[in-house]
Write a protein of this length. Structure first.
Length: 125
């Protein structure tokens, strides 16, 4: 007498297909995690650059301001480095109504850095 094995299971092909689907799902989650981390790092650096520009704007607001400066070149007395990653430049100009336009730009120290650039402009009397 022979007994037939009536237990059913997964075939090798079904197991391989299931593994491919699971691996594909994990890869999608992993790539999404990497994108989220990059976005978080950029957001943190943007907040830092924004803070540096606001700090300089407050300093300029509470001090005497002379017309001059440049946003594209380091002009003595119109730039500084708040930390090693950023250079801060500012430009002050006067318009016909005797108000001053003050622009502060915070730029990455290294030109090819992935750090953000921030410009803040306001008018002061």
């Amino acid at each position: 007498m022979s007994k037939e094995n009536k237990t059913k299971g997964f075939t090798l092909i079904e197991c391989v297909i299931a593994m491919v689907l699971v691996i594909t799902g994990f890869m999608a989650i992993f790539s999404l995690l990497i994108i989220c981390l990059k976005t978080e790092m950029t957001s943190r650096e943007l907040a830092t650059a924004n803070s540096f520009s606001r700090q300089k704007m407050e300093e300029l607001k509470n001090s005497s301001r002379n017309v001059g400066g440049s946003l594209t070149a380091n002009v003595t007395g119109y730039f500084d480095s708040p930390n090693s990653n950023y250079t801060r430049r500012w430009q002050i100009s006067t318009d016909s109504m005797s108000t001053q336009t003050v622009t502060v730009a915070v730029l990455p120290t290294t030109p090819k850095a992935l750090l953000p650039e921030v410009k803040l402009t306001t008018r002061m009397r």
